[in-house]
Design a protein around this ligand. Sequence first.
Ligand code: PLP
Length: 406
Amino acid sequence: MSALDDLVEVDSEHVMQTYGRLPVAFTRGQGTLLWDSDGGRYLDFLSGLAVTSLGHAHPAVAEALADQARTLLHVSNLYYNEHQPRLAARLDSLLGGGGRCFFANSGAEANEGAIKLARRYGQSRSGAERYHVVSAYGSFHGRTLATLAATGQPQKQETFQPLPEGFRQVAYADVDALEAAVDERVAAVLMEAVQGEGGVVPAPPEYLREVRRICDEREALLILDEVQTGLGRTGRWFGFEHSGIRPDVVTMAKALGNGVPIGAMWARHEVAGALRPGDHATTFGGQPLAARAALAVLDVMEAENVPLRAERAGARLATALVALPRVASVRGLGLLLAAELAPGIEAAAVAGHCLAEGLIVNAVTPRALRFAPSLLVSDDEIDEAVAILAGVLEATPLTDPGEVTP
Ligand SMILES: Cc1ncc(COP(=O)(O)O)c(C=O)c1O
């Protein structure tokens, strides 16, 4: 029995089967590369799911983690730790200043905190009635009950009814729909600058400016979910910067720890002040290990100017992808891209063949592949990945050859 077969058997017996896993176990990574349990080499163009933005085993992050592990892993939030306030200050400055952070352990938790903050802030201003959250169809905000209720994908919600009350969805990028939905009961509008899980769909900059206007007019908070888009991935530090708006609340996670679980919620001062001692907490939030890792991540991100690198590498990748036969179009920002395949080609089958050829991408919709490599990816790695995909696309059988454009 191979090492992989053994893992699959133990997993199927002892791990809750909530994921449809592919038959690979990764054991080691370095930069954009991963190796599996049989020694096979892969180009990781997904980075977890947009998590390892500095690549695998980044030496500065590894060193900070090892040093912190030898020094102090955890103290409770009943006390100060030397890294959490410094991390909050760094994030605040990336966000333009004038705000405060709360630390959590994941994207869903960061959003959960933002929803609680919006309710508390709404309450403090207009009594108990202002607690509704409006989000967009196609969005993804997490799997806790409240963030699932905010997630605009009814098929994910059905099995878990009844969900918490006070959540509504409107069509994405439809200003009139939002105008109609935001009334005096709405505490916040929750949006992604690019819908990541929803298919890598960027919000038109004009739409986000209209969302800001509507929130201002109706006195609702604007929460930007930057869990997937934040920290350089789209070619700016935050995805909302493409539209020039300033949100009231910003959530982030994935890239912040480069693989170490950490989430953060930032809010401008006045809003942040709505949460008082005892209102919200989490045992591990902002603990020394995670905060130190995030500080090391930000050091490298700033030194490498990752937004600029993502913009340049993203342009190279997008240009190469759109030139491939059987790629109908490419969308996204920076290094969060999707290639829409020509009719007759299933994205999941292509992703499966890419994996077999040593390239990791995923089917973000039935017809589109997602690309989210390390922001430090090299030109050679991009060229190698595109060459693998080109070969796979050429060899992939069509479900309906008659429809395919050359
Ligand atoms: C935009 C967005 N928000 C929230 C989440 C949930 O984050 P987590 O899986 O860390 O809870 C995700 C995860 O993919 C996401 O893409």
